[in-house]
Design a protein around this ligand. Structure first.
Ligand code: ZN
Length: 690
């Protein structure tokens, strides 16, 4: 591992900081923290932490000694000064006199000693930083070091790899107890340059930011060299069988890793997937020297560092390699394995909750990582972001375990220790107290998402917690609207008049999110013509888009929904023309009427699969179908103002794309409603459904 320190960058950071009144030590603390944070081999997603001891003025202007420590859950790669809350150092140090302290009490003391009472909570590992005397302290869970220390003889191996430069701290749950142990160990070896925290990670320290950082890099490099020197040769992977496409496997995995919501009939607790693969991952899952039994054993061996339990649980779901011609068999196998997993998780919870006093609340028992030999791995999470984190951690797990096995035998902490970490309130707090939005865990695909109604629907569904895929024939329009939704929205080109384009787009959705739960089939365009005289070609074109487009989208979605086996929801934009034809609007209204019949047919044919089908009958919405020019000309033709034209309904209110989006959302949430048409037109009695 190479040092990322660049003198010029460090100086620039100090100079920029000085302009904003930031102390040079703080600027350098930020500089090396970011260096550590940007390397996934050192730090992953909020893991790791750093600190600085310095002085600053408190709110009354009195100079005090402070500990500036990374805030809990803050991302080191992009940390700012506010990511280092400042605590009065002296009172924190005095806590060493206590034999033990309750977590909540400790957090209360920390908050009472913050210089800025509005500051973020300090890292859960704050006390290690408080008790050790050094000015700069860096702590990471570097993968190479974990491969060396996650071993049965880790203390001897550490002595061999690091000599006396590193002192060894036996495993303890992160927190106050570990901090006390760490300072005891340091005081017995005051010349050491850092500490190994057994089965957890390492700490380095120094009088300057650079010294602590360079020591971290040096020790990680020692571990890397040791692994390279001592690696047993590993047989090459078996020639890979041709695996089925990810888009075929993902909905099966997603479906079996869901559970029925006991409280609400028809509701499911679902997860979003992130697929990840590499030669290293595939090789690990196919290794010749590992019998199948060994891989199963390894997969149950546990996490590489304790705080990963909150992201990946303690074990992945290990599946058999799927074969393209035997997907039904794979689905049955996956279901059985997933059930075994959840049963085992519930048993694990019950067993350890009893030991820990019986006052914990169980987390959902669903896997957060699925290993699929021949293909790769899936990270699973309630949001796309959580799925990505789980996948990254699973990839690091494979790398670390493969190296640990190459030099010895991988050994994690005990199951009881894993439980204590997983259910430690301070670890759970990193995930944030989440009041989940109503569509959390669900994936919604919207066609015509570059247009007004599609874009408003994508925003509305994302705000309700869904992961969204925006499809449009104009990819850049989809991209633009997806950017407005947020970083996790997926933009795809999709021409619904082309069956190949639709199936490609839905395969991409399944690859990206693991599947789909809600489809808003919204793409459409208007053609006019007096029906007795209109060119047949116009009718064909309109049917291709306004009828067959819906059919292709619904068919592609139903295929994925049935593979998941957790129901689903098809929503169609049918327009008021479907029920209330306008003069010379036959070419548009007739396929829309057929789309209404199509919706009812889906409701009928797939109700038993839990797939609902509904439609919105909306009218007079400002959009690509009703442009400002059209509004002006129609208002003129009727001899009314544009405003009166747009509000020409029973309620006298203009109907917006957001109103239509809200109607789709209500239909998506109404678990006992199917074959429904919701009218969103401000009141037009001639277009009323009944
Ligand atoms: Zn740690």
């Amino acid at each position: 591992m190479k040092s990322g320190w660049v003198d010029r960058d460090a100086k620039a950071m100090v100079a920029d900081g000085a302009k904003a009144g930031i102390d040079p030590d703080v600027s350098l603390r930020i500089y090396t923290t970011r260096l550590l944070g940007r390397d996934p081999k050192l730090v992953l997603h909020g893991g790791g932490n750093t600190s600085l001891k310095t002085t600053m003025r408190d709110l009354l202007g009195v100079e005090v000694e402070v500990l500036r420590v990374k805030a809990s859950g803050a991302d080191m790669a992009s940390i700012e000064p506010a990511g280092f809350p400042a605590l009065r150092l002296e009172p924190m140090r005095k806590l060493r006199a206590l034999a033990a302290i309750d977590d909540e009490e400790l957090l209360g003391i920390e908050r009472a000693n913050l210089i800025d009472p509005r500051a973020l909570n300090p890292s859960v590992e704050v006390m290690v930083h408080a008790f050790l005397p050094h000015k700069f302290i860096d702590h990471t869970h570097a993968t190479a070091v974990l491969s060396v220390i996650d071993q049965p003889r880790s203390e001897q191996i550490c002595a061999e790899v690091f000599g006396e430069r590193m002192a060894f701290v036996p495993y303890l749950l992160p927190g106050f107890g570990l901090a006390k142990k760490a300072i005891e160990v340091f005081e017995r070896a005051p010349d050491c340059e850092g500490l190994i925290l057994s089965k957890h990670g390492l700490v380095t320290f120094g009088e300057t930011a650079r010294e602590a950082y360079e020591r971290m890099i040096a020790f990680v490099s020692h571990a890397e060299d040791f692994i390279a020197r001592n690696r047993k040769s590993v047989a090459a992977a078996q020639p890979a069988r041709r695996p089925p496409p990810v888009a075929e496997v993902a909905p099966i995995v997603r479906g079996v890793c869901s559970e029925k919501d006991d409280k609400t009939e028809g509701a499911w607790r679902r997860l979003v997937l992130e697929f990840c693969t590499s030669n290293a991952i595939v090789d690990f899952l196919e290794r010749k020297d590992l019998a199948r039994k060994d891989l199963a054993q390894l997969s149950e061996a546990g996490v590489i560092t304790p705080d990963h339990t909150i992201r990946t649980k303690n074990w992945p779901l290990l599946l058999n390699a799927p074969e393209p011609e035997r997907m039904a068999e794979f689905a049955a196998h996956a279901r059985e394995k997933a059930q075994e997993f959840t049963t085992r998780y519930r048993d694990y919870f019950a067993r350890h909750n009893k030991r820990a006093g019986g006052n914990k609340t169980p987390l959902d028992p669903l896997p957060r990582v699925a290993l699929v030999p021949g293909l790769g791995l899936f990270g699973l999470g309630r949001t796309r972001q959580d799925a990505v984190i789980a996948a990254d951690i699973a990839e690091a797990w494979i790398e670390c375990v493969a190296d640990a096995e190459a030099i010895g035998r991988f050994e994690s902490i005990s199951e009881a220790d894993m439980f204590d970490c997983e259910y430690w309130p301070l670890e759970q707090a990193k995930l944030g107290a989440r009041q989940e939005p109503p569509l959390a865990g669900q994936v919604a695909a919207i066609t015509g998402a570059g247009g007004a109604i599609g874009a408003a629907t994508a925003k509305c569904f994302a705000a309700a917690g869904a992961e969204v895929a925006l499809l449009d024939v104009d990819r850049s329009a989809a991209r633009e609207e997806a950017n407005a939704v947020g970083p996790h929205a997926l933009a795809l080109a999709c021409d619904v008049t082309d069956a190949g384009s639709v199936s490609t787009a839905f395969a991409k959705i399944a690859e990206h999110f693991g599947g789909v739960d809600i489809v808003v089939s919204n793409a459409g365009a208007a053609w006019q013509g007096r029906i007795g005289e209109v060119d047949e070609d116009i009718l064909h074109k309109s049917f291709e888009l306004n009828f067959y487009g819906h059919q292709r989208v619904a068919q592609a979605a139903v295929r994925i929904m049935r593979a998941q086996g957790t129901g689903g929801c098809l929503l169609f934009n049918i327009s008021k023309q479907a029920v209330n034809p306008g003069p010379n609007f036959g070419p548009y209204g007739i396929p829309k009427a057929a789309a209404l019949a199509l919706m009812r047919q889906y409701a009928l044919d797939y109700g038993a699969d839990g797939i609902r089908a509904n439609a919105v009958n909306a009218d007079r919405i400002r959009s690509g179908l009703l442009t400002p020019d059209m509004i002006a000309s129609r208002a003129k033709a009727r001899g009314v103002s544009e405003k009166d034209y747009m509000t020409g309904n029973l309620l006298g209110r203009e109907v917006t794309a957001e109103d239509v989006a809200q109607a789709f959302l209500r239909q998506a949430l109404a678990l006992k409603t199917t074959a429904d048409v919701t009218t969103v037109d401000g009141g037009n009695i001639a277009a009323a459904m009944r």
